[in-house]
Design a protein. Structure first.
Lengths: 188, 188
DNA sequence: GCCTCGTGTTGGACGGCATTCAAGAGGAAC
DNA sequence: GTTCCTCTTGAATGCCGTCCAACACGAGGC
Protein backbone atom coordinates (compact mmCIF):
# COMPACT_ATOMS: atom_id res chain seq x y z
CA UNK A 1 0.00 0.00 0.00
CA UNK A 2 0.90 3.67 -0.23
CA UNK A 3 2.04 3.40 -3.85
CA UNK A 4 2.32 7.03 -4.94
CA UNK A 5 4.18 9.88 -3.25
CA UNK A 6 0.82 11.40 -2.57
CA UNK A 7 -0.35 8.39 -0.57
CA UNK A 8 2.98 8.29 1.23
CA UNK A 9 2.62 11.92 2.27
CA UNK A 10 -0.90 11.27 3.42
CA UNK A 11 0.13 8.31 5.56
CA UNK A 12 3.02 10.27 7.06
CA UNK A 13 0.73 13.14 7.97
CA UNK A 14 -1.81 10.76 9.47
CA UNK A 15 0.90 9.21 11.61
CA UNK A 16 2.19 12.62 12.64
CA UNK A 17 -1.29 13.63 13.77
CA UNK A 18 -1.73 10.38 15.70
CA UNK A 19 1.66 10.81 17.38
CA UNK A 20 0.77 14.33 18.49
CA UNK A 21 -2.69 13.19 19.61
CA UNK A 22 -1.20 10.42 21.74
CA UNK A 23 1.16 12.85 23.44
CA UNK A 24 -1.55 15.42 24.14
CA UNK A 25 -4.15 12.87 25.26
CA UNK A 26 -1.63 11.43 27.72
CA UNK A 27 -0.52 14.84 28.98
CA UNK A 28 -3.78 16.75 29.13
CA UNK A 29 -6.43 14.04 28.79
CA UNK A 30 -8.92 13.54 25.99
CA UNK A 31 -11.33 16.24 27.06
CA UNK A 32 -8.45 18.56 27.90
CA UNK A 33 -7.14 18.28 24.35
CA UNK A 34 -9.17 20.40 21.95
CA UNK A 35 -9.01 19.87 18.22
CA UNK A 36 -7.76 23.46 18.12
CA UNK A 37 -4.82 22.62 20.36
CA UNK A 38 -3.97 19.44 18.49
CA UNK A 39 -4.10 21.30 15.18
CA UNK A 40 -1.73 23.95 16.54
CA UNK A 41 0.73 21.23 17.63
CA UNK A 42 0.76 19.77 14.12
CA UNK A 43 0.87 23.30 12.67
CA UNK A 44 -2.29 22.94 10.65
CA UNK A 45 -5.79 24.42 10.61
CA UNK A 46 -8.29 22.66 12.90
CA UNK A 47 -10.43 21.67 9.93
CA UNK A 48 -7.57 19.82 8.31
CA UNK A 49 -7.82 17.19 11.04
CA UNK A 50 -11.29 16.40 9.76
CA UNK A 51 -9.93 15.49 6.38
CA UNK A 52 -7.85 12.75 7.97
CA UNK A 53 -10.27 11.64 10.69
CA UNK A 54 -14.06 11.58 10.80
CA UNK A 55 -14.20 12.97 14.33
CA UNK A 56 -12.40 13.08 17.65
CA UNK A 57 -13.40 9.53 18.55
CA UNK A 58 -11.83 8.25 15.32
CA UNK A 59 -8.63 9.94 16.47
CA UNK A 60 -8.88 8.18 19.83
CA UNK A 61 -9.38 4.82 18.14
CA UNK A 62 -6.39 5.47 15.86
CA UNK A 63 -4.20 6.26 18.85
CA UNK A 64 -5.39 3.22 20.80
CA UNK A 65 -4.93 0.83 17.87
CA UNK A 66 -1.27 1.74 17.77
CA UNK A 67 -0.85 1.51 21.54
CA UNK A 68 -2.43 -1.94 21.74
CA UNK A 69 -0.62 -3.21 18.67
CA UNK A 70 2.70 -2.08 20.13
CA UNK A 71 1.79 -3.75 23.42
CA UNK A 72 0.91 -7.06 21.80
CA UNK A 73 4.13 -6.91 19.74
CA UNK A 74 6.16 -6.39 22.88
CA UNK A 75 4.26 -9.28 24.48
CA UNK A 76 5.27 -11.63 21.67
CA UNK A 77 8.89 -10.86 22.50
CA UNK A 78 8.24 -11.60 26.18
CA UNK A 79 6.54 -14.94 25.72
CA UNK A 80 7.93 -17.63 27.95
CA UNK A 81 9.48 -15.25 30.47
CA UNK A 82 8.64 -15.57 34.18
CA UNK A 83 4.99 -15.08 35.05
CA UNK A 84 5.44 -12.38 37.66
CA UNK A 85 7.70 -10.41 35.32
CA UNK A 86 4.98 -10.57 32.68
CA UNK A 87 2.36 -9.40 35.15
CA UNK A 88 4.51 -6.53 36.32
CA UNK A 89 5.20 -5.51 32.73
CA UNK A 90 1.52 -5.60 31.81
CA UNK A 91 0.53 -3.51 34.82
CA UNK A 92 3.26 -1.03 33.94
CA UNK A 93 1.98 -0.72 30.38
CA UNK A 94 -1.60 -0.25 31.58
CA UNK A 95 -0.35 2.30 34.10
CA UNK A 96 1.41 4.44 31.52
CA UNK A 97 -1.71 4.58 29.38
CA UNK A 98 -4.25 4.71 32.20
CA UNK A 99 -5.76 8.01 31.11
CA UNK A 100 -6.30 6.57 27.63
CA UNK A 101 -7.87 3.41 29.08
CA UNK A 102 -10.24 5.45 31.23
CA UNK A 103 -11.16 7.60 28.24
CA UNK A 104 -11.93 4.59 26.06
CA UNK A 105 -14.29 3.23 28.69
CA UNK A 106 -16.00 6.60 28.91
CA UNK A 107 -16.37 7.13 25.18
CA UNK A 108 -17.51 3.53 24.71
CA UNK A 109 -20.66 4.53 26.58
CA UNK A 110 -21.47 7.02 23.85
CA UNK A 111 -19.74 6.04 20.63
CA UNK A 112 -20.54 2.65 19.09
CA UNK A 113 -17.28 2.81 17.10
CA UNK A 114 -15.23 3.18 20.26
CA UNK A 115 -17.26 0.44 21.93
CA UNK A 116 -16.68 -1.93 19.00
CA UNK A 117 -12.95 -1.32 18.97
CA UNK A 118 -12.77 -1.67 22.75
CA UNK A 119 -14.48 -5.05 22.61
CA UNK A 120 -12.14 -6.48 19.98
CA UNK A 121 -9.11 -5.15 21.87
CA UNK A 122 -10.30 -6.90 25.03
CA UNK A 123 -10.73 -10.11 23.09
CA UNK A 124 -7.17 -9.95 21.75
CA UNK A 125 -5.63 -9.17 25.12
CA UNK A 126 -7.62 -11.84 26.92
CA UNK A 127 -6.72 -14.43 24.29
CA UNK A 128 -3.07 -13.72 25.11
CA UNK A 129 -3.71 -14.06 28.85
CA UNK A 130 -5.59 -17.31 28.25
CA UNK A 131 -2.62 -18.67 26.29
CA UNK A 132 -0.28 -17.85 29.17
CA UNK A 133 -2.60 -19.53 31.68
CA UNK A 134 -2.93 -22.63 29.51
CA UNK A 135 0.81 -22.94 28.92
CA UNK A 136 1.24 -23.01 32.70
CA UNK A 137 -1.75 -25.20 33.45
CA UNK A 138 -3.32 -22.45 35.53
CA UNK A 139 -7.10 -22.03 35.90
CA UNK A 140 -7.55 -25.34 34.15
CA UNK A 141 -10.99 -25.43 32.55
CA UNK A 142 -11.76 -21.83 33.50
CA UNK A 143 -9.15 -20.05 31.40
CA UNK A 144 -11.65 -17.74 29.72
CA UNK A 145 -13.29 -16.57 32.94
CA UNK A 146 -9.91 -16.30 34.64
CA UNK A 147 -8.52 -14.15 31.80
CA UNK A 148 -11.56 -11.89 32.01
CA UNK A 149 -11.12 -11.55 35.76
CA UNK A 150 -7.46 -10.73 35.32
CA UNK A 151 -8.15 -8.04 32.75
CA UNK A 152 -10.81 -6.51 35.04
CA UNK A 153 -8.38 -6.53 37.95
CA UNK A 154 -5.62 -4.96 35.85
CA UNK A 155 -7.96 -2.20 34.72
CA UNK A 156 -9.22 -1.70 38.25
CA UNK A 157 -5.74 -1.47 39.69
CA UNK A 158 -4.62 1.25 37.29
CA UNK A 159 -7.95 3.12 37.25
CA UNK A 160 -7.89 3.33 41.04
CA UNK A 161 -4.20 4.16 41.16
CA UNK A 162 -3.35 1.39 43.62
CA UNK A 163 0.03 1.81 45.27
CA UNK A 164 2.88 -0.53 44.35
CA UNK A 165 2.38 -2.28 47.68
CA UNK A 166 -1.30 -2.85 47.04
CA UNK A 167 -0.62 -4.06 43.52
CA UNK A 168 1.78 -6.62 44.95
CA UNK A 169 -0.76 -7.79 47.52
CA UNK A 170 -3.48 -8.16 44.90
CA UNK A 171 -1.28 -10.02 42.42
CA UNK A 172 0.08 -12.27 45.14
CA UNK A 173 -3.41 -13.20 46.34
CA UNK A 174 -4.56 -13.95 42.83
CA UNK A 175 -1.53 -16.13 42.10
CA UNK A 176 -1.98 -17.90 45.43
CA UNK A 177 -5.58 -18.74 44.56
CA UNK A 178 -4.72 -19.94 41.06
CA UNK A 179 -2.00 -22.22 42.43
CA UNK A 180 -4.40 -23.75 44.95
CA UNK A 181 -6.67 -24.50 42.01
CA UNK A 182 -3.83 -26.40 40.31
CA UNK A 183 -3.18 -28.50 43.42
CA UNK A 184 -6.88 -29.20 43.73
CA UNK A 185 -6.95 -30.43 40.14
CA UNK A 186 -3.95 -32.66 40.75
CA UNK A 187 -5.64 -34.33 43.72
CA UNK A 188 -8.86 -35.09 41.93
CA UNK B 1 -31.43 20.71 60.62
CA UNK B 2 -33.67 22.74 58.32
CA UNK B 3 -35.23 24.76 61.13
CA UNK B 4 -37.07 27.54 59.27
CA UNK B 5 -39.53 27.23 56.41
CA UNK B 6 -36.92 28.90 54.29
CA UNK B 7 -34.38 26.18 54.93
CA UNK B 8 -37.03 23.54 54.40
CA UNK B 9 -37.86 24.97 50.98
CA UNK B 10 -34.20 25.09 50.12
CA UNK B 11 -33.64 21.47 51.06
CA UNK B 12 -36.73 20.37 49.15
CA UNK B 13 -35.56 22.19 46.04
CA UNK B 14 -32.08 20.72 46.38
CA UNK B 15 -33.56 17.25 46.58
CA UNK B 16 -35.82 17.93 43.62
CA UNK B 17 -32.85 18.99 41.53
CA UNK B 18 -30.88 15.92 42.59
CA UNK B 19 -33.79 13.62 41.76
CA UNK B 20 -34.12 15.14 38.28
CA UNK B 21 -30.34 15.00 37.79
CA UNK B 22 -30.25 11.31 38.71
CA UNK B 23 -33.00 10.52 36.22
CA UNK B 24 -31.40 12.49 33.40
CA UNK B 25 -27.86 11.23 34.09
CA UNK B 26 -29.15 7.65 33.98
CA UNK B 27 -31.23 8.22 30.86
CA UNK B 28 -28.96 10.42 28.75
CA UNK B 29 -25.60 10.17 30.51
CA UNK B 30 -23.66 12.89 32.29
CA UNK B 31 -22.30 14.55 29.17
CA UNK B 32 -25.63 14.11 27.42
CA UNK B 33 -27.36 16.06 30.19
CA UNK B 34 -26.76 19.79 29.83
CA UNK B 35 -27.39 22.18 32.68
CA UNK B 36 -29.89 23.78 30.31
CA UNK B 37 -31.82 20.53 29.99
CA UNK B 38 -31.74 19.80 33.71
CA UNK B 39 -32.94 23.33 34.48
CA UNK B 40 -35.84 22.91 32.05
CA UNK B 41 -36.83 19.65 33.76
CA UNK B 42 -36.96 21.40 37.15
CA UNK B 43 -38.66 24.40 35.53
CA UNK B 44 -36.02 26.88 36.56
CA UNK B 45 -33.42 29.08 34.89
CA UNK B 46 -30.05 27.36 34.25
CA UNK B 47 -28.27 29.79 36.55
CA UNK B 48 -30.47 28.86 39.47
CA UNK B 49 -28.76 25.47 39.57
CA UNK B 50 -25.54 27.30 40.38
CA UNK B 51 -27.09 28.76 43.47
CA UNK B 52 -27.62 25.24 44.84
CA UNK B 53 -24.49 23.54 43.45
CA UNK B 54 -21.03 24.89 42.77
CA UNK B 55 -20.76 23.15 39.41
CA UNK B 56 -21.85 20.10 37.46
CA UNK B 57 -19.43 17.81 39.30
CA UNK B 58 -20.96 18.85 42.64
CA UNK B 59 -24.29 17.74 41.21
CA UNK B 60 -22.79 14.38 40.26
CA UNK B 61 -21.37 13.92 43.75
CA UNK B 62 -24.72 14.82 45.28
CA UNK B 63 -26.49 12.23 43.14
CA UNK B 64 -23.90 9.55 43.90
CA UNK B 65 -23.93 10.18 47.64
CA UNK B 66 -27.62 9.38 47.70
CA UNK B 67 -27.24 6.32 45.46
CA UNK B 68 -24.45 4.84 47.59
CA UNK B 69 -26.16 5.68 50.86
CA UNK B 70 -29.36 3.98 49.67
CA UNK B 71 -27.29 0.97 48.58
CA UNK B 72 -25.52 0.65 51.92
CA UNK B 73 -28.85 1.02 53.72
CA UNK B 74 -30.35 -1.78 51.66
CA UNK B 75 -27.23 -3.86 52.39
CA UNK B 76 -27.76 -3.49 56.14
CA UNK B 77 -31.19 -5.04 55.67
CA UNK B 78 -29.65 -7.92 53.69
CA UNK B 79 -26.93 -8.81 56.16
CA UNK B 80 -26.77 -12.47 56.92
CA UNK B 81 -28.62 -13.58 53.77
CA UNK B 82 -27.07 -16.17 51.46
CA UNK B 83 -23.78 -15.16 49.85
CA UNK B 84 -24.75 -15.73 46.24
CA UNK B 85 -27.98 -13.77 46.74
CA UNK B 86 -25.92 -10.89 48.11
CA UNK B 87 -23.54 -11.04 45.15
CA UNK B 88 -26.38 -11.10 42.66
CA UNK B 89 -28.03 -8.16 44.39
CA UNK B 90 -24.82 -6.11 44.39
CA UNK B 91 -24.17 -6.78 40.71
CA UNK B 92 -27.76 -5.78 39.96
CA UNK B 93 -27.34 -2.51 41.83
CA UNK B 94 -24.06 -1.76 40.05
CA UNK B 95 -25.71 -2.65 36.76
CA UNK B 96 -28.59 -0.22 37.20
CA UNK B 97 -26.19 2.61 37.93
CA UNK B 98 -23.44 1.59 35.54
CA UNK B 99 -23.50 4.82 33.57
CA UNK B 100 -23.10 6.78 36.80
CA UNK B 101 -20.22 4.54 37.90
CA UNK B 102 -18.46 5.00 34.58
CA UNK B 103 -18.97 8.75 34.78
CA UNK B 104 -17.53 8.96 38.28
CA UNK B 105 -14.40 7.17 37.13
CA UNK B 106 -14.08 9.53 34.21
CA UNK B 107 -14.63 12.72 36.19
CA UNK B 108 -12.31 11.48 38.95
CA UNK B 109 -9.50 11.86 36.44
CA UNK B 110 -10.18 15.58 36.25
CA UNK B 111 -11.97 16.72 39.39
CA UNK B 112 -10.25 16.25 42.74
CA UNK B 113 -13.62 16.57 44.51
CA UNK B 114 -15.05 13.68 42.53
CA UNK B 115 -11.88 11.67 43.09
CA UNK B 116 -12.02 12.29 46.84
CA UNK B 117 -15.65 11.22 47.07
CA UNK B 118 -14.99 8.18 44.89
CA UNK B 119 -12.17 7.05 47.17
CA UNK B 120 -14.23 7.27 50.34
CA UNK B 121 -17.14 5.48 48.68
CA UNK B 122 -14.83 2.63 47.68
CA UNK B 123 -13.57 2.43 51.23
CA UNK B 124 -17.10 2.14 52.63
CA UNK B 125 -18.18 -0.49 50.13
CA UNK B 126 -15.03 -2.56 50.55
CA UNK B 127 -15.35 -2.42 54.34
CA UNK B 128 -18.78 -4.03 53.93
CA UNK B 129 -17.38 -6.71 51.62
CA UNK B 130 -14.56 -7.39 54.07
CA UNK B 131 -17.09 -7.84 56.87
CA UNK B 132 -19.00 -10.38 54.81
CA UNK B 133 -15.80 -12.28 53.96
CA UNK B 134 -14.72 -12.31 57.60
CA UNK B 135 -18.09 -13.48 58.89
CA UNK B 136 -17.77 -16.46 56.55
CA UNK B 137 -14.07 -17.11 57.14
CA UNK B 138 -13.34 -16.47 53.46
CA UNK B 139 -10.01 -15.07 52.24
CA UNK B 140 -8.65 -15.49 55.74
CA UNK B 141 -5.77 -13.05 56.23
CA UNK B 142 -6.29 -11.43 52.82
CA UNK B 143 -9.70 -9.89 53.37
CA UNK B 144 -8.63 -6.40 52.33
CA UNK B 145 -7.01 -7.46 49.06
CA UNK B 146 -9.88 -9.84 48.34
CA UNK B 147 -12.46 -7.10 48.88
CA UNK B 148 -10.54 -4.82 46.56
CA UNK B 149 -10.39 -7.54 43.92
CA UNK B 150 -14.10 -8.15 44.27
CA UNK B 151 -14.95 -4.49 43.84
CA UNK B 152 -12.72 -4.29 40.76
CA UNK B 153 -14.39 -7.36 39.29
CA UNK B 154 -17.86 -6.00 40.01
CA UNK B 155 -16.99 -2.73 38.31
CA UNK B 156 -15.41 -4.56 35.40
CA UNK B 157 -18.40 -6.81 34.91
CA UNK B 158 -20.87 -3.94 34.68
CA UNK B 159 -18.59 -1.59 32.75
CA UNK B 160 -18.04 -4.28 30.12
CA UNK B 161 -21.69 -5.30 30.10
CA UNK B 162 -20.97 -8.97 30.67
CA UNK B 163 -23.89 -11.26 29.89
CA UNK B 164 -25.74 -12.98 32.72
CA UNK B 165 -24.02 -16.24 31.72
CA UNK B 166 -20.58 -14.68 31.88
CA UNK B 167 -21.36 -13.03 35.22
CA UNK B 168 -22.31 -16.43 36.59
CA UNK B 169 -19.10 -18.02 35.30
CA UNK B 170 -16.96 -15.26 36.80
CA UNK B 171 -18.69 -15.31 40.20
CA UNK B 172 -18.58 -19.10 40.31
CA UNK B 173 -14.85 -19.17 39.58
CA UNK B 174 -14.14 -16.58 42.23
CA UNK B 175 -16.20 -18.43 44.84
CA UNK B 176 -14.52 -21.70 43.88
CA UNK B 177 -11.08 -20.15 44.40
CA UNK B 178 -12.04 -18.58 47.74
CA UNK B 179 -13.38 -21.91 49.01
CA UNK B 180 -10.17 -23.71 48.04
CA UNK B 181 -8.36 -21.12 50.11
CA UNK B 182 -10.50 -22.04 53.14
CA UNK B 183 -9.74 -25.75 52.75
CA UNK B 184 -6.06 -24.93 52.37
CA UNK B 185 -6.17 -22.97 55.63
CA UNK B 186 -7.93 -25.84 57.38
CA UNK B 187 -5.21 -28.33 56.34
CA UNK B 188 -2.30 -26.21 57.49
C1' DG C 1 -47.28 49.67 57.58
C1' DC C 2 -42.83 50.60 55.90
C1' DC C 3 -37.94 49.53 55.19
C1' DT C 4 -33.95 46.74 55.12
C1' DC C 5 -31.48 42.99 53.93
C1' DG C 6 -30.38 38.43 53.04
C1' DT C 7 -32.17 34.67 50.19
C1' DG C 8 -33.33 33.08 45.70
C1' DT C 9 -33.91 33.90 40.67
C1' DT C 10 -33.09 35.58 36.26
C1' DG C 11 -31.48 37.49 31.39
C1' DG C 12 -27.76 38.07 29.04
C1' DA C 13 -23.19 37.46 28.13
C1' DC C 14 -18.44 35.05 27.71
C1' DG C 15 -15.14 32.01 26.05
C1' DG C 16 -14.53 27.51 24.53
C1' DC C 17 -15.88 23.37 22.30
C1' DA C 18 -16.60 19.88 18.10
C1' DT C 19 -18.02 20.10 13.77
C1' DT C 20 -19.56 21.87 8.98
C1' DC C 21 -19.53 24.36 4.64
C1' DA C 22 -18.14 26.53 0.75
C1' DA C 23 -14.25 28.35 -1.33
C1' DG C 24 -9.77 27.96 -2.70
C1' DA C 25 -4.57 26.23 -3.51
C1' DG C 26 -1.65 22.91 -5.53
C1' DG C 27 0.06 19.46 -8.21
C1' DA C 28 -0.49 15.24 -11.08
C1' DA C 29 -2.43 13.48 -15.48
C1' DC C 30 -3.77 14.14 -19.94
C1' DG D 1 -2.63 24.47 -20.72
C1' DT D 2 -6.53 22.67 -18.84
C1' DT D 3 -8.95 19.46 -15.95
C1' DC D 4 -9.65 17.27 -11.86
C1' DC D 5 -8.81 15.32 -7.63
C1' DT D 6 -6.37 15.96 -3.22
C1' DC D 7 -5.65 18.68 0.47
C1' DT D 8 -6.16 23.09 3.20
C1' DT D 9 -8.41 26.92 4.93
C1' DG D 10 -11.42 31.00 7.11
C1' DA D 11 -15.55 31.70 8.76
C1' DA D 12 -19.62 30.27 10.70
C1' DT D 13 -22.99 27.25 13.55
C1' DG D 14 -24.88 25.66 17.56
C1' DC D 15 -23.83 23.75 21.51
C1' DC D 16 -21.64 23.73 26.23
C1' DG D 17 -20.47 25.14 31.41
C1' DT D 18 -20.12 29.08 33.92
C1' DC D 19 -20.22 34.09 35.48
C1' DC D 20 -21.99 38.71 36.54
C1' DA D 21 -24.96 42.22 37.56
C1' DA D 22 -29.62 43.26 38.21
C1' DC D 23 -33.84 42.08 40.13
C1' DA D 24 -37.89 39.78 43.00
C1' DC D 25 -39.48 38.49 47.32
C1' DG D 26 -40.57 37.76 51.96
C1' DA D 27 -39.13 37.65 56.91
C1' DG D 28 -37.65 40.67 60.87
C1' DG D 29 -37.00 45.00 62.99
C1' DC D 30 -38.92 49.62 63.61
Amino acid sequence: MARTNRELDRDQKREEILRAARELFLEHGYEGTSMQRLAARVKVAPNTLYWYFADKDALLIGVMKRVVQAGLGEYERRRGTALDAQVRWMLGLFWETRTLIATVHNRAQVSSEVRAWHDTAHRMIEKAIEAELRSRGLANGHEVAAARIMSFIAEGVVAHQSSKAEQTRIVRLLMHLLRLDVDDGALR
